[in-house]
Design a protein around this ligand. Structure first.
Ligand code: FMN
Length: 198
């Protein structure tokens, strides 16, 4: 749902401060969010693409080369919709049949268990809790164990072949890797200038 539809509907529905998220990256956006009645903004993709972010540099450069239509909203990562960069790996996930997708998810679940040191009974208990909480089917629960493995492979290990890269559509509007300090100072200055002009 576009932020221009989601944000006013949430601001009208609740009586607590609302933080706007989805597509923000500059001072104009902050000023617009404030005009909608938000208390502030949160940014995902913009902070990922800063010099302070610990994501491997090659991965940041890959993001910087993407356009606004290079993301895809997919359920094939873990059963719930995620927006990610359209990489060859994601194309493969999207076209794999349910059985191949599930086999891959089960393999990743086992790798996740090794990584976290969780015992099999502990993992099963967590799965049962998740199933009760979310109403997922068992195959969706197995796929949910996929996400940490796939995000880690992409954003920590820097593997474009085996990882998924979470991203907003705003990726296509970003260039350069400012520090977080430069980024926030610039956004606040620009928002103030925009609001003063009004
Ligand atoms: C690296 C990264 C990790 C994310 N992880 C999560 C997450 O764990 N849960 C979630 O609900 N959304 C997650 N998101 C989606 C953000 O909530 C979403 O991007 C946010 O609305 C900000 O939008 P923006 O990226 O356009 O700034 C992630 C986004 C990125 C870029």
């Amino acid at each position: 749902m576009p932020t221009t539809v989601l944000l006013p509907s949430v601001v009208d529905a609740v009586d607590i401060p609302v933080v706007a998220a989805g597509g923000f990256y500059d001072g104009r956006g902050l000023a617009a969010a404030l005009a909608y009645g938000a208390a502030g903004i949160a940014m995902g993709t913009r902070f990922l693409l800063t010099s302070d972010s610990t994501v491997p540099d090659a991965v940041k450069q890959y993001y910087l080369g993407r356009g606004t239509t290079d993301t895809v909203l997919t359920r094939r990562v873990d059963g719930v919709p995620h927006r990610v960069l359209r990489t060859p790996m994601v194309e493969k996930l999207d076209t794999a049949g349910p059985v191949r997708g599930l086999a891959r998810a089960a393999g990743n679940a086992v790798r996740f268990r090794r990584l976290t040191g969780l015992s099999l009974p502990a993992m099963l208990r967590e799965g049962i809790r998740m199933k009760r909480r979310s109403g997922f089917t068992w195959s969706e629960v197995i796929m949910a164990a996929n996400t940490p493995m796939l995000l880690r492979a992409g954003l920590v290990d820097g593997s474009l072949d085996s990882g998924v890269l979470a991203s907003g559509q705003v990726v296509g509007l970003l260039d350069g890797l400012p520090s977080v300090e430069e980024l926030i100072d610039g956004i606040v200055d620009e928002a103030e200038a925009v609001l003063r002009k009004w």
